[in-house]
Ligand binder design. Structure first.
Ligand SMILES: C[S@@+](CC[C@H](N)C(=O)[O-])C[C@H]1O[C@@H](n2cnc3c(N)ncnc32)[C@H](O)[C@@H]1O
Length: 261
């Protein structure tokens, strides 16, 4: 679970360089990496930085979000929604799990499943989903729903940690390379706590190659970019290398554009 946010205004922000355009810098990747290392002891800084970085990525592809409607699907406790709002967007959080929403979700957060969003067709200028795809059993249906609620010409931001990424096993990574059950058992032994994720229940083995093939075969979206979300260089090149990409991409970012109907 993403730790709940501190009360508004109490955030201790990490200062991070803003990525320049579509090819972010090594400084930016290092700042993200350092923040991830402190995810457990300083989640506020980590997720605030990640949210600013993701909003920068959206704006690098689609221009300022101010005045636009942004739909954040599976947004946890709302760091991303709040960052989009800070930038002037009409941003809305849809999250199915009350525990993930925490005690201080953004105003007007909606408890809703990404498979069936309570939204009319084409309402969103930007549909945003960060690190959710690997948590749904049917990614194709999930993507169809993201496309449905996005207006023709609108942007869809989807990122996920693929199974063979060094972080693919989440809290039991990198031991997932030796099998999910063994990795879960090891986590329990080491921490004394049951792992949050169980393969086939709330974590699924999503692969980059098959996901790209599925997305490219769709007629409701075009692929603007398929790249590593965090890498400072070769971010698009690594995704073009079969086999290697499954291990080296770490987290795949798909920037999709909704086709005209
Ligand atoms: C790893 S968290 C990611 C949260 C946040 N988007 C981020 O990037 O930090 C995965 C989120 O996906 C949500 N989720 C799982 N199944 C979902 C579904 N069918 N529809 C929408 N969200 C879902 C979970 O409740 C959880 O909040």
């Amino acid at each position: 679970m993403i730790p709940p946010k501190r009360p508004r205004g109490g955030a201790a922000h990490v200062t991070a360089p803003r990525p320049q355009g579509k090819d972010p810098s090594l400084r930016r990747s290092l700042a993200l990496f350092r923040a991830f290392l402190h995810e457990q002891d300083d989640p506020e800084s980590c997720y605030s930085l990640l949210a600013r970085d993701a909003a920068d990525q959206v704006e690098a592809y689609d221009g300022p979000v101010a005045g636009r409607t942004v739909v954040d699907v599976g947004g946890g406790s709302g760091y991303f929604t709040e960052e989009f709002r800070r930038r002037g967007a009409h941003a809305f959080l849809f999250e199915p799990d009350m525990a993930e929403l925490g005690e201080k979700p953004p105003d007007s957060a909606v408890v809703a499943d990404g498979y069936l969003l309570p939204l009319r067709d084409g309402v969103a200028d930007v549909t945003f989903s960060s690190n959710v795809l690997e948590h749904v059993a049917d990614p194709e249906t999930f993507l169809s729903e993201l496309a449905r609620v996005t207006r023709p010409g609108g942007l869809i931001y989807v990122s996920f940690t693929n199974w063979l990424s060094p972080w693919g096993g989440h809290e039991w990574a990198p031991w997932h390379y030796f099998g999910a059950e063994r990795a879960r058992a090891r986590y329990l032994r080491r921490t004394g706590r049951p792992a949050k994720h169980t393969l086939g229940e709330n974590l699924f083995a999503v692969h980059i190659g098959s996901t790209l093939r599925q997305v490219r075969a769709r007629d409701d979206v075009t692929v603007v970019s398929a790249r590593s979300r965090y890498w400072p260089f070769l971010a698009e090149a690594v995704v073009k290398a079969p086999v290697l990409r499954e291990f080296a991409t770490w987290n795949l970012l798909l920037i999709l554009r909704r086709c005209p109907t």
